[in-house]
Write a protein that binds this ligand. Structure first.
Ligand code: SAM
Length: 260
């Protein structure tokens, strides 16, 4: 039996607190700001800037500060990597956005540990694939349930994922990965089929890559009603700087039903 340790929340948190990741996400928060696609979907699905919004996995504040600069004023944002939250707080001070409430929390437990958040928000966001950086489908569903609890009826949730099926190359690579899993030759640190653990300019990264059906099932299982999804390239055309920072992804919008 393999004694290799599986990737867990502590692994992911340590990777995001690592200096390489902190520099990478802090630079993006200072210099890159919102992607064109993010801005378009935020303005479309969160039309009232006075409603309270909750951002999960805010990192160094790239999206949070972007929301502030679009005129959203009732913002609460959290991340489980304290080093990134510290960077977000200092960027908010620099941009005269001290009114944003930042705190440290794990998305899989946030409402359980902060009861004051329950039902308070007119919308929630978990951007740039943060939800998919939670190892284990059960825990990703826990995070979706916690955001559901934080939101008022009718509230939208905006998030992104990769999509294993989005191109012929991806499909071919995942067919090879299927063979590895059937033979038991996959990276033993991975938790589930669809997981990847790799190193690049952002440091070490754990990422679960779902197919579209998996996310539709997870939304239904956690009470959310799916309203929209599309690949980023179909939403807006992005600058070279944004494409250098981030790969193609799928945007998702779901709503908390107005009646249970
Ligand atoms: C790819 S980064 C995106 C950061 C930022 N939203 C941005 O777009 O630049 C994903 C973020 O999700 C956070 N994250 C991952 N799992 C989390 C969890 N269980 N609870 C809270 N934050 C989490 C990471 O610490 C990281 O800051």
């Amino acid at each position: 039996m393999s004694s290799v340790k599986k990737i867990n929340a502590a692994t992911v948190r340590a990777d995001f607190n690592d200096l390489t990741a902190v520099v990478h996400y802090t630079r993006a928060a200072h210099e890159l700001g919102l992607w064109a696609s993010e801005r378009l979907l935020i303005e479309r699905h969160f039309p009232d800037p006075t409603r309270p919004l909750l951002e999960a996995g805010c990192g160094a504040g790239r999206v949070t500060i972007g929301l502030w600069e679009l005129g959203y004023r009732d913002l609460t944002a959290f991340d489980f990597a304290q080093e990134l939250v510290d960077q977000a707080i200092s960027l908010a001070a620099e941009r005269q956005a001290e009114a944003i409430r930042f705190f440290w929390a794990d998305a899989t437990r946030v409402c359980t540990e902060h009861h004051d958040l329950v039902g308070r928000f007119g919308g929630a966001l978990f951007m740039f694939n943060g939800l998919m950086q939670i190892p284990g489908r059960r825990r990703r569903r826990a995070a979706l349930r916690q955001l559901f609890r934080a939101c008022a009826p009718g509230a939208p949730l905006l998030f992104t994922t990769h999509d294993r099926d989005h191109s012929p190359t991806e499909r071919a690579l995942w067919r090879l990965e299927t063979i590895r899993w059937v033979r038991g030759e996959q990276d033993p640190r991975l938790v589930e089929f669809g997981d990847r653990y790799f190193s690049d300019e952002a440091g070490r990264t754990f990422m679960h890559l779902p197919d579209r059906r998996e996310i539709l099932e997870d939304l239904t299982a956690t009470g959310w009603s799916h309203t929209f999804d599309a690949m980023r390239s179909a939403v807006a055309s992005e600058s070279k700087a944004v494409k250098d920072f981030s790969d193609e992804c799928r945007f998702w919008v779901a709503h908390k039903p107005t009646r249970a």
